[in-house]
Design a protein around this ligand. Structure first.
Ligand code: FMN
Length: 408
C-alpha cells in the first residue's frame, strides 16, 4: 500500500491548539482526570486528595460496594425521551449529582472553589462550600449560583466560653443566600492519613529540599501557585498562624471540637432557618433522633474513606436509611461515586442524589472550571445511558423500580 493510500484511510485528527481542550479531548471517564491530576500535581498534593485513612480499607470498599451491585434491566420500554431533572428541599436540579465539600481546593488550581461553583451552576447541580475552603462564603456566592450549600465543621470552643470560629459562618452563609447547611459529624478527630504523614505534607506547600525537586519536575504548577494569592482558610479568618499551621499538617490538631454531640446539632438548628442536613455514615437510630431534633435530611458519607478506616461503605447504608426515614426525607450519598452507573445504583437504592468529591477535585486540578463542566457532562451522559439501558426514563422511575432493577 502506498503512503497516500494509508493517509486516505486514516483520518488524521485536527491539531488542537487550545491546551485545555487538548487535555479534555483525552478525558472520556472521571478516572482519566485522576491520571491527569497525578501528572500535574506535586506528589504530596495528589496524595492529600487521593489518599484515605490508615490502611485505606474503606477507600477501596467504597468503590467495590458500588460496583458489586448488578442491574437487571427492564426491556422493550420506549427510552427515546429521558429526563434527569428533579428537586431536593424545593430546589430544582438538572442532574441528580452534587459537588461535595472539599477543603483546600485552591491548592489544586488558583480558581479552586469558584471554578467548581461556576461549573455546578452551569450544569444545574448544587455546590457545597467547605468550612475549610480556600475561598470566602461571599466570593462563592458572587458566582450567582442559586443552589449553594454550606458545610459546617463545629470548631473547638473558644477559651473562656467565647464564640467558636465556626459560629459566625452560619449567619454569613444565611446572609449570602446559601440554600442548605450540612454539619459534618464524622470528624470529631481527624483520620490518620498515612500518605500525608509519609510525604511530610505541609499546607500550603513550604520550601524544602523535596519541594525544590518537585518544582523542577512540575514548573507549571508552581508558577501558577506562586502567581496566585496565598492559600489559607478563607472563612476562619481569626485562626492564628499557629492554629492554621497545625490544621494544615497531617492532623487538624485542635481545630475541631472533639466533644461534638447532639446538643451542638440542637444549637445549630436553633440558629439556621433553612434546610439542615447531617453529613456522615448515619444509621437508622441516629437518623430518627436527628429528625426529632428538626434535621431535614441526610448526606450519607464516610468522608471518602478519609476518616474511620474500616467504616461501612455508604452504598450499604442507603437502603436501611431510606427504610428508617420514609420516602419523603432527602438523602444524598457520596464516597466512591465516580461514574454514572454509581449514581444510578445510588438512586435505585433509594437516594435522591449522589455527590462526588475526588472526581471533581481532580477535574479542577486538570482544567479548572472547564474540567468540572466536562466531568459533569460525562457523568450525565453515563447516567442517561445506564437509565436507557435499564428501561427507565425519569429519576422517579429509577427510584420506583430500584429494588426490581437491583434484583432485591
Ligand atoms: C481533598 C478532600 C477534601 C475534603 N474536605 C472536606 C471538608 O472540608 N469537609 C467535609 O465535610 N468533607 C470533606 N471531604 C469529604 C468529601 O466531602 C466527600 O465526603 C468525599 O470526598 C466523597 O468521597 P469521594 O472522594 O470518593 O467522592 C474532603 C474530601 C477530599 C477528597
Amino acid at each position: 500500500m502506498q503512503l497516500h493510500e494509508v493517509l486516505e484511510l486514516v483520518q488524521l485528527r485536527r491539531l488542537e491548539l487550545d491546551p485545555v481542550q487538548r487535555v479534555l479531548n483525552g478525558v472520556v471517564h472521571a478516572d482519566d482526570f485522576r491520571s491527569v491530576a497525578r501528572r500535574r500535581l506535586p506528589r504530596a498534593v495528589f496524595d492529600y486528595v487521593d489518599g484515605g485513612a490508615d490502611g485505606e480499607v474503606t477507600l477501596a470498599a467504597n468503590r467495590q460496594a458500588w460496583s458489586r451491585r448488578r442491574l437487571h434491566p427492564r426491556l422493550l420500554r420506549d427510552v427515546s425521551v429521558t429526563d434527569l431533572a428533579g428537586s431536593v428541599f424545593g430546589q430544582p436540579f438538572l442532574l441528580p449529582i452534587g459537588l461535595a465539600p472539599t477543603g483546600y481546593t485552591r491548592m489544586m488550581h488558583p480558581t479552586g472553589e469558584v471554578s467548581a461553583a461556576l461549573a455546578a451552576k452551569a450544569a444545574g447541580v448544587p455546590y457545597t462550600l467547605s468550612t475549610v475552603g480556600t475561598t470566602t462564603i461571599e466570593e462563592v456566592a458572587a458566582t450567582g449560583h442559586p443552589n449553594l450549600w454550606f458545610q459546617l465543621y463545629i470548631t473547638s470552643a473558644a477559651p473562656g466560653g467565647g464564640r467558636r470560629q465556626s459560629d459566625p459562618l452560619i449567619e454569613r452563609a444565611a446572609a449570602a443566600g446559601y440554600r442548605a447547611l450540612e454539619v459534618t459529624i464524622d470528624t470529631a478527630v481527624t483520620g490518620r492519613r498515612l500518605r500525608d504523614a509519609r510525604n511530610g505534607l505541609n499546607i500550603p506547600p513550604q520550601l524544602s529540599l523535596g519541594t525544590l525537586a518537585d518544582i523542577a519536575r512540575r514548573p507549571r504548577y508552581w508558577t501558577r501557585m506562586l502567581r496566585s494569592p496565598a492559600i489559607q482558610f478563607a472563612n476562619l479568618t481569626s485562626l492564628s498562624d499557629a492554629e492554621a499551621a497545625s490544621a494544615g499538617s497531617t492532623h487538624v490538631g485542635g481545630l475541631f471540637d472533639d466533644s461534638i454531640n447532639w446538643s451542638h446539632i440542637e444549637a445549630v438548628r436553633a440558629r439556621w432557618q433553612g434546610p439542615l442536613l447531617l453529613k456522615g455514615p448515619i444509621g437508622a437510630d441516629d437518623a430518627r433522633r436527628a429528625l426529632d431534633l428538626g434535621v431535614n435530611g441526610f448526606h450519607l458519607s464516610n468522608h471518602g474513606g478519609r476518616q474511620l478506616d474500616r467504616c461501612v461503605a455508604t452504598a450499604d447504608l442507603v437502603a436501611p436509611l431510606r427504610a428508617a426515614v420514609g420516602p419523603a426525607v432527602p438523602i444524598v450519598v457520596d464516597s466512591g461515586v465516580h461514574c454514572g452507573g454509581d449514581v444510578a445504583v445510588a438512586l435505585a437504592l433509594g437516594a435522591d442524589m449522589a455527590f462526588v468529591g475526588r472526581a471533581y477535585v481532580y477535574a479542577v486540578a486538570a482544567a479548572g472550571e472547564r474540567g468540572v463542566t466536562h466531568l459533569l457532562s460525562l457523568l450525565a451522559a453515563e447516567l442517561q445511558s445506564v437509565m436507557q439501558l435499564c428501561g427507565v426514563t425519569t429519576l422517579a422511575q429509577l427510584r420506583e423500580n430500584g429494588p426490581a432493577l437491583l434484583g432485591e
